[in-house]
Design a protein around this ligand. Structure first.
Ligand SMILES: [Zn+2]
Length: 251
C-alpha cells in the first residue's frame, strides 16, 4: 500500500508534470520549527499520465501510485523510479553533511567566547570543555552559537578528545543571545544538521570515568533503535557502551 494516494500526490503538485521538491506531509507536521516543517525533503516525480513516484529524504516514505484507470506500469519504469528516489535521498544526505562539516570548519575555539559563558553560567557546566564543542561567531542574520559535533572522537592523548572533519556525521547548534546570557529567544534556538540519530556528541574522554563515556545522544521517538545503533558504533571503536549514558531526549 502506498503511504500517499494518487489523489493526494496530484494535489501536492497541483497536477503538474515533472520533478517537484516539496515539504513532506508525512514527517513535516511533527517538526518543531516552521523551517523544518516546510523543508523540501519530499521529491515527487510525475513523468507520465496517471503515474507518480515519490520519496522522502527525511522519513523515508517512498513508493508509487497510479490512477485507477491506468494500465499497470512496467518493471523497468518501477526500477527507474526506485533508482531516482534513492539518488535523491543520497543527494539530500550529502548536502546536509557538507553543510554540517562546513559549519564545523567555521568554528572558533570555545575558550573565552560567549559560547563558553553560556555553558558555564546558564548551563552550569564546569571543568574543561572538550574539542567536540566550538563557537560560531554571528554572521549575517545568524546569531552567535555553540556548535557541537555528532560523531565518535578519538583520544590522541589521555584526557584529550579530537574529532576529524571526516568523522563528523552532523552538528547540533544552539543559537545564543549576543552576550551569551542565554539561548536566542527566537525560534529555533536549537538546530540539527546532518545525521544525529544514533550518533553521540562525546563530551568527556573515555578514561575519565573508567571506561564510561559522557555523551549527549539525540534520540527521537524511535529512541530505542537509535540507542542500539549508537552502542554498536561505540563498540566498533573499542569503547565500552555498557555504561554509556543515554538520555531519552536531546537536552
Ligand atoms: Zn517525510
Amino acid at each position: 500500500m502506498s503511504a500517499l494516494s494518487f489523489d493526494e500526490l496530484i494535489a501536492l503538485i497541483g497536477g503538474r508534470f515533472g520533478k517537484h521538491e516539496i515539504g513532506c506531509p508525512h514527517c513535516g507536521p511533527q517538526r518543531h520549527t516552521a523551517a523544518n516543517r516546510r523543508r523540501k525533503v519530499l521529491c515527487i516525480w510525475h513523468s507520465e499520465p496517471g503515474f507518480i513516484t515519490y520519496g522522502c529524504a527525511r522519513c523515508g516514505i517512498a513508493g508509487y501510485a497510479s490512477d485507477d484507470g491506468r494500465a499497470p506500469v512496467s518493471r523497468a519504469v518501477l526500477e527507474k523510479a526506485r533508482r531516482e528516489a534513492q539518488a535523491f535521498g543520497r543527494e539530500h544526505a550529502a548536502k546536509q553533511l557538507a553543510k554540517a562539516r562546513w559549519l564545523w570548519r567555521s568554528r572558533r575555539p570555545i575558550a573565552g567566547t560567549i559560547a563558553e559563558r553560556y555553558l558555564r553560567k546558564p548551563r552550569g557546566i564546569s571543568g574543561p570543555l572538550p574539542s567536540t564543542l566550538g563557537f560560531l561567531p554571528a554572521r549575517g542574520d545568524y546569531s552567535p552559537a555553540v556548535i557541537a559535533a555528532f560523531g565518535i572522537p578519538t583520544e590522541p592523548e589521555p584526557g584529550v578528545l579530537a574529532i576529524a572533519d571526516t568523522d563528523i556525521s552532523g552538528v547540533h547548534i544552539t543559537r545564543l543571545k549576543p552576550d551569551g546570557s542565554g539561548k536566542d529567544p527566537h525560534e529555533p534556538a536549537k538546530i540539527m544538521i546532518g545525521k544525529s540519530l544514533g550518533w553521540p556528541i562525546v563530551l568527556a574522554p573515555v578514561n575519565d570515568y573508567t571506561n564510561d563515556v559522557t555523551i549527549f545522544a539525540h534520540t527521537d521517538t524511535d529512541g530505542m533503535h537509535h540507542a542500539a545503533e549508537l552502542e554498536r558504533r561505540l563498540r566498533a571503536r573499542g569503547l565500552s557502551a555498557a555504561t554509556a549514558k543515554l538520555p531519552e531526549k536531546s537536552r
